[in-house]
Design a protein around this ligand. Structure first.
Ligand code: AMP
Length: 214
């Protein structure tokens, strides 16, 4: 199963990808997570990406496409993968087409997660992530049992640098201007499924699984 999740920042792509990893036994490829790992490891790629990420801007297409090229060529991608947060621009979508052609692969499904901007702002400003295992919480919709501690590993929770109000608005603007055209780009492939992402984690999970079974 080769799957692409498209939706605005904070719509729950990462959370839903975790369910799909288990169901299909395939890796999640999140360009955002890969960039954050580079920042944590203080690589030169991480240094360059941080400037864009802190401003809520997109990292240049060439950097992202090189990163994805390396990742899709790894063995664990042979049976499929979930692309999360990529492609985010038309040049990235075209670059992915070329890469898939070289790998003799096709995408099976593209899930577009729909939600209002106002709900995104509410979700992102209350998002917290575990420093140790990356598990994501929401202080309103899915709070940890003990304040600021991860339920799974007791790691400390933190707020992402780019989840402040000004950067959230920039990221939403970037989504509407640069990523929504990607949805149109894929429409003629007839594998796009639009789902309602305004609901509980379990409701959204069911919406996705239902759409994939059709
Ligand atoms: P995310 O975790 O997917 O919300 O991504 C966080 C930030 O990483 C974004 O706001 C961008 O600055 C950067 N980023 C992640 N994926 C991409 C991508 N495919 N293209 C460009 N920038 C990206």
């Amino acid at each position: 199963m080769k799957l692409l999740l498209i939706g605005p920042p904070g719509v729950g792509k990462g959370t839903q990808a975790n369910f799909l990893i288990e169901k299909y036994n395939i890796p999640q490829i999140s360009t955002g997570d890969m960039l954050r790992e580079n920042i944590r490891n203080e690589t030169s790629l991480g240094d360059e990406a941080k400037k864009y990420m802190d401003a809520g801007k997109l990292v240049p297409d060439e950097v992202i496409l090189n990163m994805i090229n390396d990742r899709l060529n790894k063995h664990d991608c042979n049976n499929g993968y979930i692309l999360d947060g990529f492609p985010r621009t038309i040049p990235q979508a075209k670059g992915l087409d070329i890469l898939l052609g070289k790998l003799k692969q096709n995408l099976d499904s593209i899930v577009v997660m729909k939600i209002s901007d106002s709900l995104i702002i509410k979700r992102l400003s209350n998002r917290r992530s575990c420093k140790e295992c990356n598990k994501v919480y929401n202080l309103i919709f899915d709070p940890p049992t003990i304040s600021n501690k991860c339920n799974d590993c007791s790691g400390n929770l933190y707020m992402r640098d780019d989840d402040n109000p000004k950067t959230i608005q920039n990221r939403l603007n970037v989504y509407h201007e640069q990523t929504e055209p990607v949805i149109d780009f894929y429409h003629n492939k007839k594998i796009t499924k639009e789902i309602n992402a305004d609901g509980s984690i379990m409701e959204i999970k069911n919406n996705i699984l239902n759409s994939l079974s059709k």
